[in-house]
Design a protein around this ligand. Sequence first.
Ligand code: NAP
Ligand code: G3H
Length: 473
Amino acid sequence: MIKTLLNGEWNVSESNATVDIYSPSNKELVGSVPSLSQEELNTSIENTSQAQLAWAERSVQERGEILNKWADLLEERKEEIGTAIMREVAKNKKSSVSEVERTVDYIRYTVEDAYRLNGEVKRGDGFKGGSRSKVGLAEKAPLGTILAIGPFNYPVNLSASKIAPALVQGNSVVFKPATQGAISGIKMVEALIDAGLPKELVTVATGRGSVIGDFLVQHPRVDMISFTGGTSTGRHIAKLSSMVPLVLELGGKDPAIVLEDADLDKAAKEIVAGAYSYSGQRCTAIKRVLVQDEIADELVDRIAHKVKSLSVGMPEDNKDITPLIDNKSADYVQSLIDDAKEQGAKVVSGDTREGNLLHPTLLDNVTTDMRVAWEEPFGPVLPIIRVSSQSEAIQIANESEYGLQASIFTKNIDNAMSIADKLEVGTVQLNGKTSRGPDHFPFLGVKSSGLGVQGIRESLLSVVRDKVTVINM
Ligand code: NAP
Ligand code: G3H
């Protein structure tokens, strides 16, 4: 059994209860992690919360040095951790290793940025009637204990992007890894402890979210929650939690709007990369194409041509399309394809399946009565919706409950800017695929796609509060 970090030690659960993690590709047991009880978690969270006080007193340079050492160790162990990601979530080997490399860069940038965050000094006379002899020091103070809950699809990167800002700013962390991804998450935390972080500062809360999630979210020692995952889980957390700041990065239904003057080669290339990488299991995947009638046939041909060149198979062989996280997800994606077919959508390619390995599927003539026009598949299926005008494209784009990102493909930048203004999303990409990076850009969703902002500066600010000391001279 793999040990987790509990009460400042690498421990199993007292009851020896475990959650087994099976590989989505070959269905073999990858390992078992402790299934922790509420009592065990409670004691450990108390300890983690207590340990934060001494950590906050250390200088940001000291904290940063430990995190930089963490980055060094992750770099040294990228093959081992990348292999764990590949086995647990079936992301192809190359992308799994590059997830660790991206995390290394993320941590280093976070430390650098934390060194440069300073408070403000204000004089009282800036406000009517205020006195110049009143000086306010507005500093940033850590919130306390951050509950970091990560999703399966980036089990290392999207966890570290919560843990690193929290720690460098002087917080402690309760880390709830996605169950499918927990082994990679534990390996990542092992590197953090080997880098010199006091063990009490982190509790790794392994166990199923459906069992321990509500308890964690409502724990009185949790001072802020940073969650990435599905919209329904995010909504549930928002309802349960009380009086703590929340950052929620949730689902998406990112449209690519292709106008008649677009560079179609470029659009097709970006759309295919955006829609199908990691088999469509990305919040920022392009999940629908809204294309003007005049160029639709040509665009579909070009996309279809590129989809045919995607390789399908096992993550060890570095295939583009690999098995989905589980059969339930594959069944769900299949149900969206089947519904679209029944209602008259044309299958241009794909719609073949071996268990949870779905071939990349391109659906043309999708209409707004079909589920695939609105629901987030989290799998390798891309619907093409033909529109008669750009205003129709904007309308359909905005009718979605989601608002993560959108792409616009056109050569007319003035027009693109005016469409971008109208789109209700966190980020608009002009002539490029939707995606989170570069990681120091603000990253956010609106509507059902989230609350609050990540990024690097934004994540650092999300885990601190203002602390004002006034000198009355
Ligand atoms: P999920 O099912 O919502 O799970 C996310 C995390 O929440 C997991 O760690 C899960 O633990 C935990 N959890 C489950 N129930 C909980 C509860 N009651 N309280 C607290 N935590 C709970 O999402 P997923 O399947 O891992 O990820 C796919 C979804 O995430 C997609 O919708 C995708 O769009 C979204 N996503 C969004 C972003 C973004 O930045 N916007 C990034 C990545 C993914 P268990 O694993 O133990 O169930
Ligand atoms: O799945 C959600 C991630 O935040 C997407 O990140 O755009 O770098 O793949 P990505």
